[in-house]
Design a binder for this molecule. Structure first.
Ligand SMILES: [Zn+2]
Length: 328
């Protein structure tokens, strides 16, 4: 069982034996004078390429524990290392927009550029250091709401798939997803302010969404057609985005086709401080239109899960109307 420590990383290094740190410049600076003890080695992780990670596993000295300090890359590198070396793993995420600390597999980039999820490792401890997290740009933390608020559109799609295709559906898990949504919205102000309570809420909801996905044996409780918007845009632009922000755009767009409640959803996302408008992360009008109109076909090509997109037409007019709302 993973122990979650909410507060500070101070003194951790004195309690975990010989340890290595996987991190990056910015997060390491925030905690290196407080972590305690003396790491045997501190590695500034440069990426998640499979060869590179294997080299770290081969070259670094023997340690009892590896500590991952930072965002997704440092976290995944530490997970991979702990899995291969069979040493203890401690994670100290310094932004809460990625949930790598709450999932068992490590993301690894293969030579062809694809990301694979490999291994299974669970940290002995996850340390939520409020000071480090609050030092990060606010939007990187509020972006963590994207992959939680997506339960809203995901639940709609899951129920629709059950109704139209007979796909298995679990009412208890769906109720759990709904509870996640309610908790998220109830804490919108704390989350927007990245207060300690807001941070803790995001972490706990990330853990809970992951738990429900494992229980369901699929991503349905949290992933729906809003992610198809993300995948289509990513494929079209070949660009990297802050995942949760684009998922937020997807929630807005797909809510329009599900229930026409996109204005509602926009005001909730604004209250949480999620930067979900295309201008926030800089895609063009044309890219937005092509993504919105192209989602259906992309989902079909990639044989993705059944969703509202299988039951509606998406016209260029619809896309233009949504763009105007998002640009207002
Ligand atoms: Zn996601």
């Amino acid at each position: 069982m993973t122990e979650y420590v909410y507060g500070t990383i101070n003194g951790l290094g004195n309690t975990i034996g010989n340890y290595a740190v996987m991190t990056m410049e910015v997060p390491w600076k925030l905690i290196k004078d407080r972590i305690g003890g003396m790491p045997r080695v501190v590695t500034m992780v440069t990426g998640l390429e499979h060869n590179y990670l294997d080299r770290l596993v081969k070259d670094l000295p023997a340690v009892d524990t590896v500590v991952g300090v930072g965002g997704g890359v440092a976290t995944d590198a530490a997970k991979y290392f702990a899995w291969k070396r069979k040493c203890s793993l401690v994670l100290a995420p310094t932004i809460v927009s990625v949930n790598a600390y709450a999932t068992p597999a490590a993301a690894v980039r293969e030579p062809d550029g694809r990301v694979n999820y490999t291994g299974s490792v669970s940290p002995t401890k996850v340390v939520i250091d409020y000071a480090a997290i609050q030092a990060a740009p606010r939007r990187l933390n509020t972006a963590g709401t994207g992959d939680i608020y997506s339960c809203r559109t995901a639940l709609f799609d899951w129920r629709l798939a059950h109704e139209k295709t007979g796909e298995s559906y679990d009412e208890n898990i769906a109720t759990g997803s709904q509870h996640i949504l309610d908790t998220l919205v109830a804490n919108a102000d704390e989350i927007k302010n990245v207060s300690e309570k807001g941070i803790r809420t995001l972490v706990e909801l990330n853990i809970e969404t992951n738990r429900l996905q494992v229980l369901a044996g699929k991503a349905r409780p949290e992933e729906g057609s809003e992610h198809i918007f993300f995948y289509t845009l990513e494929n079209l632009t070949k660009r990297e985005f802050v995942h949760g922000e684009v998922v937020g755009t997807g929630i807005f767009v797909l809510t329009h086709f599900q229930s026409a409640e996109e204005d509602n959803v926009a005001s909730v996302m604004d209250r949480m401080g999620l930067m979900f408008r295309p201008r926030d992360y800089g895609i063009t009008h044309e890219q937005f239109i092509d993504t919105t109109v192209g989602m259906k076909q992309y989902a079909r090509e990639k044989k993705m899960f059944f969703s509202v997109l299988d039951t509606v037409e998406v016209s260029k007019d619809d896309a233009e109307k949504l763009w105007r709302k998002l640009s207002a």
